[in-house]
Design a protein around this ligand. Structure first.
Ligand code: SF4
Ligand code: SF4
Length: 304
């Protein structure tokens, strides 16, 4: 892999690990979860985003595009042929209505470290640090990720890694000596459910979770609760059994209720295949929390 793209750097995050953290979002993920909150982070390449509601149909972008990828739709607004678009970004500055943007920026490791170190004071007073998120951190260029995690560790800054777990275990071994906590997502234990809703098998994800625990990693398990997918008794029982029966040691569990943010972004990325779910009721979240705690696994939190 030649490029590691970032989506953005979010300061003062309080839901991505302990204390106040700066979260770096990477672009590209092997999974394509039907409920993904950050669909712009799914693909590994740069992409154009288009907010049709802002478009006035002025036509400036049509003239600006060297690929002739932009045309006027029947509505009078701009439309883009994404098979021709190279995400060069030339049309972005021509749009005075901010309807167009390109997601995906490259930042060399030393420059990124310089930016992240600036918030050291907030990390120190709050017990926070930096969280790497995605997309999938462990599926990026691992030379880049290892350099970054090691450099932050040498600066005495805590680094948490948010991961879906679907990467070769060697990638985890490269950051294990320098990382603080893995925020490890578990979407489903039933292989068919995992495959149907994420596009990938969960065998490696489960094996990596067990190996990380055996290797002494600090792990916060994060379960996105998606009604009709993984909130039933069979899945809940399966997840609890997986943790208990294989002796996986967790520092905490976070049950993350589904919310709808991702659907609108899918439309702006030109993806028609997005799926919507009903957010879970508060009582359901409490029930699930009690179920986990009742099985002797704690602490369990609702939310990030
Ligand atoms: S430049 Fe912006 S407002 Fe004008 S047609 Fe293109 S997207 Fe629409
Ligand atoms: S990003 Fe570049 S190629 Fe894509 S529509 Fe805009 S000008 Fe054309």
């Amino acid at each position: 892999m030649n490029h590691t793209y970032h989506i953005n750097i979010q300061k003062f995050s309080i839901h991505d690990g302990n204390g106040i953290r700066t979260t770096v979002f990477f672009k590209g993920c092997p999974l394509s979860c039907a409920w993904c909150h950050n669909p712009e982070s799914q693909r590994f390449h740069r992409e154009l985003m288009f907010d049709e509601e802002r478009c006035t149909g002025c036509g400036s972008c049509i003239a600006a595009c060297p690929q002739q990828a932009v045309f006027r739709a029947e509505s009078g607004k701009a439309a883009t042929d994404r098979t021709k678009c190279t995400a060069c970004g030339l049309c972005v500055s021509r749009c005075f209505y901010h309807a167009r943007s390109v997601v995906g920026t490259e930042i060399p490791v030393p420059e990124l470290v310089r930016q992240l170190v600036r918030d050291r004071m907030f990390y120190e007073v709050s017990g926070g640090g930096v969280t790497l998120s995605g997309g999938e951190v462990m599926a990026q260029d691992m030379n880049y990720i290892q350099q970054l995690v090691k450099a932050l560790h040498e600066e005495d800054i805590s680094v948490d890694i948010d991961t879906c777990g679907d990467a070769p275990y060697e990638n985890f071994q490269r950051v294990l000596p320098y990382a603080d906590t893995f925020l490890y997502d578990l979407k489903a234990v039933t292989p068919q459910i995992h495959l149907e809703y994420t596009g990938r098998d969960n065998k490696r994800i489960i094996e990596n979770l067990q190996r990380l625990s055996r290797d002494g990693a600090k792990i916060n398990l994060r379960v996105p609760v998606i009604p009709g997918v993984n909130d039933g008794e069979e899945e809940t029982q399966g997840m609890i059994a997986l943790i208990r029966d294989s002796g996986v040691r967790l520092t905490q569990v976070n049950l993350l209720p589904y919310h709808r943010v991702g659907a609108d972004k899918n439309i702006r990325l030109g993806r028609a295949d997005c799926r919507e779910f009903e957010p879970p009721a508060a009582e359901k979240m409490e029930q699930l929390k009690n179920r986990w705690q009742g099985a002797g696994i704690s602490p369990v939190f609702i939310g990030g």
